[in-house]
Design a protein around this ligand. Structure first.
Ligand SMILES: [Zn+2]
Length: 120
């Protein structure tokens, strides 16, 4: 899958102290940002897990935000349906979306649902 995509990776200090982020530009292009101040302080496992998570964002964010092809529309609709189903099963009032340790972060939004569903 990855051999069909050329996803740029850039080193940049992220203000929030986050390890990585996927940045999307208005033209639909994406870049994965790796925070060099943080990347040397985590395990290789955490680094690779985070990179895979951001790669999934890079591959899915355009389809979720602005699907153009029939394949992207189908993916976005199925992802939205699954997200809404699980969002109802685990209401935000009880299951916090901000707690990374419990796993309910997956229900933060449709983009996180796609990335976490594919990698965790
Ligand atoms: Zn994410």
């Amino acid at each position: 899958m990855l051999s069909r995509h050329d996803i740029p990776v850039k080193l940049e200090v992220l203000p929030s102290g986050k390890l990585m982020a996927c940045r999307t530009y208005e033209d639909g292009s994406v870049v994965i940002i790796v925070n060099p101040n943080h990347s040397s302080r985590v395990s290789n496992r955490r680094l690779s897990d985070s990179l895979l998570h951001e790669v999934i964002h890079a591959l899915t964010v355009q389809a979720i935000n602005n699907p153009k092809t029939e394949e992207e529309r189908k993916f976005a609709a199925r992802n939205r349906d699954m997200f809404r189903t699980f969002d109802k099963l685990f209401p935000a009032e009880i299951f916090s979306r901000n707690d990374m340790d419990t796993g309910y972060y997956i229900l933060k939004d449709e983009k996180e649902f796609a990335a976490v569903f594919a990698t965790d």
